[in-house]
Design a protein around this ligand. Structure first.
Ligand code: TMP
Ligand code: ASP
Length: 253
């Protein structure tokens, strides 16, 4: 069997050449990293969960008309995606203060923000993905003013969609990150949502208890990451409710 060509390997995913031009296969690994890979672990089943969850969110975005890279899921760990030119920025949307915003500005975690705040970080591991301003972005040519306007629009639409979807299952969307890619169609380009949307790239808190159901469980050593992600998937109906990580058979009366 011919070996397929690896195009790129990141911390949590691998990209392979796709079956047709303009496509790629995105493989979800079980690797978890935090703080720019200073902290690493393998979390069994994480790749499978994130593949399913990212499929679920991207399909929903397609249904409400938000363009994204997802074409179809191939198997437990892989999905077919459109190949795009990734803009080297992480677009973060925050509804409540947490993480680096709380640390930087001294605002208590969980404080409701007066409106969603959109931030840009430069995708550069060596520099620790620093926060950058629109001035920096345009001066250094990472994106144009039009790109920035389009990215903010996309990010806010994703925010409304994800917030509502999470609220329906008793989860508060505190913040999240998306990546955006340029899709060339003949001489025209448009920006679409790329990479992944999963509990790796969101902060998700149970509305009643405040329990964290996202990668902070790993970053802050709060328990089992796969249990947290399984709970998100179960609530969203992405996994049938009888699929659990239980290793023991369950007695049914
Ligand atoms: P932050 O509070 O660390 O800046 O993170 C804000 C949101 O962005 C949070 O949901 C986690 C997500 N994020 C990533 O997905 N990847 C990253 O590299 C960083 C820094 C944040
Ligand atoms: N994604 C980054 C890393 O893997 C940062 C983080 O999620 O905390 O190191």
């Amino acid at each position: 069997m011919a070996r397929r060509k690896k195009v790129y390997e990141g911390k949590a995913k691998i990209l392979y050449e796709g079956p047709e031009p303009g496509t790629l296969v995105q493989y979800f690994k079980d690797d978890a990293t935090a703080f720019n890979a200073q902290k690493k672990a393998t979390v069994e089943g994480k790749g499978v969960l994130n593949n399913r969850l990212s499929e679920f969110f991207m399909k929903g975005l397609t249904q409400i008309g938000v363009p994204n890279h997802f074409i179809k899921r191939i198997n437990m760990r892989e999905q077919l995606i459109r190949s795009v030119e990734i803009i080297p920025l992480e677009v973060v949307v925050r509804n409540f203060a947490a993480g680096s915003l709380s640390a930087r500005l001294g605002i208590a975690e969980g404080t409701a923000l007066p409106r969603p705040i959109v931030e840009f970080c430069l995708k550069d591991d060596a520099l620790g993905d620093p926060l950058v301003s629109e001035e920096h972005i345009m001066a250094f040519g990472w994106a144009t003013q039009q790109d920035l306007d389009d990215m903010v629009q996309l990010a806010l639409r994703v925010n409304d969609f994800l917030s509502g979807m999470m609220l329906a299952v008793g989860i508060k969307l505190v913040d999240f990150k998306i990546e955006v890619g340029r899709l060339w169609e003949n001489d025209y380009q448009r920006l679409i949502v790329a990479d992944e949307i999963s509990p790796d790239s969101c902060r998700l808190w149970d509305i009643e208890t405040g329990q964290k159901l996202d990668k902070d469980v790993f970053r802050r050593d709060l328990g089992s990451l796969s249990d947290a992600y399984t709970e998100v998937a179960r609530r969203l109906g992405v996994l049938p409710s009888n699929v659990t990580h239980a290793t023991k058979p369950t007695l049914i009366n």
